[in-house]
Unconditional design. Sequence first.
Length: 411
Amino acid sequence: MRFFETVQHYFNDAADRLQLSDDLRRLLLTSEREVQVQVSLELDDRRLATFIGYRVQHNRARGPMKGGLRYHPEVDLDEVRALASLMTWKSALVEIPYGGAKGGIAVDPRALSRRELELITRKFVDGIHDLIGPDIDIPAPDMGTTAEVMAWFMNQYEKYHGFSPAAVTGKPVELHGLPGREEATGRGVGLLTVKLLSRLGRRPDKMRVAIQGFGNVGTHTAKFLQEAEMKVVAISDASGGYYRPEGIDVMNAVRYAVQRNGSLEGYPDAEPISNRELLELDVDVLIPAAIGGVITGSNAPRLKAGIVVEAANSPVDPTANAILEERGTIILPDILANAGGVTASYFEWAQNRQFYRWGLNRVRQELDRALGDAFERTWQYAQENKCSLRQAAYTIGVSRVSRATLLGGFV
Ligand code: NAD
């Protein structure tokens, strides 16, 4: 199933609950703007390379559009469109004044030198700078992009528009970034996992967890959960999976990956397994934190985890979702589980506009409060309406966006 079909399926389920008209559904499912730009650059070996960059602006009924920038070889318009609409429902669910957007370039960033990565970023900004901005559409990091990429992005944007730190979030702390933004998505995933366990009457200590993806989100999730005394028994990245039933020393794995340019390849302190095997391990909690579409109708029947926390965007397709729900697996949906990133980005953007900044403790406190509120609201809705957490989260998000759309009018 294509990514947009997946998001559309979950949206339609919420729209049914809200009894939205077909006309309003069509409006809410249609992107406001979708652009595709040519990104051409001279590589280090003097060859000319041309890539395709995308920016999809989905909806701005509740505020400027917000969403990450992904560098990954499989980026295409369908994926970016799906991710942009997820951002709309996510921002509404955590009650921050944003609509949704997303962008990406179909490129493998690991195959580029640092200079090439900088050039590709600057060329992409050249292509879209007049369509984005602090009051229009604010990019942020996502898969394959980092705080450093955001610094280049801001610098290039400012060449056209002057001083504009609020044009992009997830910047380095030394360059108008926010302490705690980098850890925010993983911290949120960890915090919400612990909250979910507590609501289910389970203690986190000794719970076994497997995490797919060991980048920004996966590493910070693993650190948080290990501090909460959960046992991280498996981790993975694009190089494969690593399993240790007695528990992996997360900081040791992070240090190993940092020394090897971010890769866990050859990690010696655990047994090598495949990414497919990781998903099917006998664990209490499974956390996909890499790419989308990894849990489908074909592997869902073999999953053993009783709880799936969607740190990645759209990791579970509707067929798998139905199989898992039927079996009683609890799924914490992406638009709630990984909302820590956009929430911290909102803090960064708001403070950039006031030339003011919170310290790390305040950021963590406010982040935990915002996510805790969204979790409780979702949990209550699911209990009262006897539905899944995904149905609850989507229904709250879609309801807020549809209400804002109707209140704003169409003239
Ligand atoms: P990242 O680039 O920092 O890390 C991605 C990780 O996934 C790497 O370890 C990479 O090796 C691994 N990976 C890539 N392809 C894989 C494959 N086929 N199988 C297994 N592992 C693979 O990216 P990130 O920022 O950590 O993002 C991860 C997920 O979280 C994405 O779905 C992203 O949309 C979502 N997300 C990120 C943020 C954020 O703030 N960065 C916010 C919300 C959601």
